[in-house]
Design a protein around this ligand. Sequence first.
Ligand code: NAP
Length: 261
Amino acid sequence: MTRIGIIGVGYLGECLAEGLLASGEELMLSPRNKERVARLAERPGCKVAKDNKHVVEECDVVFLATEPDKTVSVTQNLPWREGQRAISVAAGLGLAILESTLAPAKAIRSMPIAASRIRKSPSAFCPPDDIAESVLSKIGSAYPVTSEAQFETASIFGAYYGLVYALMEQASAWAKENGLDPAVAQGLAVNMTGAASVAVANQGRQSPGELLSGLMTEGGITAAGHTVLETSGALEQLAKALDASLVRSREINRENKTGAR
Ligand SMILES: NC(=O)c1ccc[n+]([C@@H]2O[C@H](COP(=O)([O-])OP(=O)(O)OC[C@H]3O[C@@H](n4cnc5c(N)ncnc54)[C@H](OP(=O)(O)O)[C@@H]3O)[C@@H](O)[C@H]2O)c1
């Protein structure tokens, strides 16, 4: 069995831990954040390490889930070894920095999301690696990406996931302003989003755009709304939002290279 560890048990680290434990994996956690770690350690198969060094000594695959600006300082000078995988989830932190920090372990960048907790995270990772793929598949679906430039783009879907919540919130707020019961408004906003996603994922043949064309009736209510999204430039604004996330991701990488942050 692959021995898996997590250094940095904050918001995402806890989601990773919950998902991995639910999939039947055994885990070793870094000891900081005592209460959260103690709660997780009540689950079968979960141990708390003495310190971060202990995690690296004991595990074959170690997730690095501290804040991006702390990842290098927290993980450098740990006893990394050949054949080990160190999977960083730090937004923006580039492979060159990770490789020089984590050698001789193999450094991998990945972007799992909070849905790891329910084992539904689509996780891009780079470079492709069978062991990393097998571990990331335990918490959802793993997407190997061959170049770091492509990974930078792929990782922005981690931000897109958050933006989808903003869209749901906006639709829900609109419905409440128009007199709908708040619970019904939220239920419909959330479940329509889920239904759209499940439908496109399950039928697997048509793109989201093709499905949209198929369901829009000329002169109908979806067409009326879609026309506004197109003519107002709202859809292009979404692309601009993703551009902004990509710019920020590159800034984080630069800041960590220069040690400015
Ligand atoms: N949040 C997301 O949905 C998400 C999604 C994808 C990727 N990420 C990435 O995941 C990483 C963590 O994000 P987060 O949102 O989970 O942040 P977070 O809640 O602040 O978690 C970071 C954790 O690292 C701990 N930590 C700091 N120094 C440590 C050390 N020396 N040893 C062990 N643990 C240490 C922190 O403990 P203290 O609180 O005690 O300082 C904190 O619990 C970031 O790199 C982020 O880019 C996050």
